[in-house]
Design a protein around this ligand. Sequence first.
Ligand SMILES: [Mg+2]
Length: 243
Amino acid sequence: MIFFSDFDGTLTKEGRELTREFFDILDVIKNHNNELVIVSGRSLSWGHFFLTHFPLSACIMEGGGVILYVDENGEIVQEPLVPQSELDRLNAFTTNLKNHFPNIPMSADSFGRLSDRAIEFHLMEPELIKEVEDYMSLHKINYSKSNVHINFWAGEISKYLGVKKFMAKFRKDLTEEQCWFFGDAPNDQSMFESFYNSVGVSNIHHCLNDLTFKPRIILEGPENAGPKGVLNYIKNLNKRPID
Ligand SMILES: [Mg+2]
């Protein structure tokens, strides 16, 4: 089984804290020969951190814009999932955006991003957020909100497209129905929309009304918030007899 999972708020407590449950998840996955693939809006440099510090062999970063994996020589390979022309268009747009909105709080890790950029929206007034979003739409730049950022990009990028490309490249033996996804926020909606086994950890209730597409399974109660919910769910799945 493969477990795809968002990181902030899903594998971390309240989007801030890496708790004991995260390491318990890694243990359960290892003991049952499962695989964990983190699918996050964080930058590709975070992906390098994940692959060098945790027992993972691949992750999908920048909201589906880049796949990183460890090759047969133990080297980390990073592959953008959009053409160079879209990366160039994003670069040019970001320069224009910063000229148009000089005080826009770009995320500190924007310099380490390849296929998208990010803005610290919690530092912005709602009117300015709306203006920035309208400016992006006008220039055919896509965007979405995670727990922490407004991410924006050029071209077709989504967590679901990233997962589909990952499966086509690495796990043709598995169907989507044999895999699971965990998430907690609007930037997980492409997975909730298209991936059958989608699970929302219970803290997703904070933003459920903002979602156009909801997960098929929604966990309940504080005992199923963030990594606690993921841990309980994968433990139960591994208890089930194999069909
Ligand atoms: Mg999240």
